[in-house]
Design a protein. Structure first.
Length: 179
């Protein structure tokens, strides 16, 4: 059975990664309230169904993408139910075809492993090499559900706090995409 804790409003007692610690410190600094749960490893969107129920929200899907030359990078945040169609997203951006960035770049640039990609990773992008792309459906939702940079802790925030306060703090102006 998939483990999921009771809902908490505090940061973990111990941090598993630098990014996880940064995420909670930033939320505290910006006075952004959150709810969170600890879980077994949750890697697929199917794993997130119980998390969604517990936190009464819908988890976003966060993908780290790049061009063929691995010179342009994108953090695509969309709804969990939308399949990734590189052709559609590339066309919406008027770019050549995008694909998943290599795992080693995900780890090096965004400080996460596969399954833990999160909007909070942009805090590690101090060279501003990653363009944040937000699905219009994500932006219009009341709540934003995401990983805290690990595959064992997930949180719920008000979307407006993420899209306005957090991204402004992280100096990453998002592009809103309608697909």
């Amino acid at each position: 059975m998939f483990y999921i804790s009771e809902v908490k409003n505090t940061a973990p007692a111990e941090f598993k990664t630098k990014l996880q610690e940064m995420a909670y410190a930033t939320l505290q600094k910006l006075e952004i309230p959150f709810e969170r749960v600890d879980t077994d490893d949750a890697i697929s969107m199917e794993d997130c169904v119980l998390i969604n129920e517990k936190l009464n929200m819908q988890m976003v899907k966060t993908l780290f993408l790049c061009n063929r030359q691995h010179t342009d990078f994108y953090l695509w945040v969309t709804t969990a139910d939308k399949p990734f169609r590189a052709k559609e997203l590339s066309a919406a951006l008027n770019l050549p075809r995008l694909s998943f960035a290599p795992v080693e770049l995900l780890e090096r640039m965004l400080g996460t492993k596969v399954g833990a990609a999160t909007i909070f990773s942009v805090m590690l992008d101090t060279s501003y090499a990653v363009q944040v792309l937000l699905d219009k459906d994500v932006v219009s939702a009341e709540y934003y559900g995401c990983s805290d940079g690990t595959t064992k802790s997930y949180m719920k925030n008000k979307t407006e706090y993420i899209t306005n306060n957090f991204l402004q703090f992280a100096k990453h102006e998002p592009i809103i995409i309608e697909i």
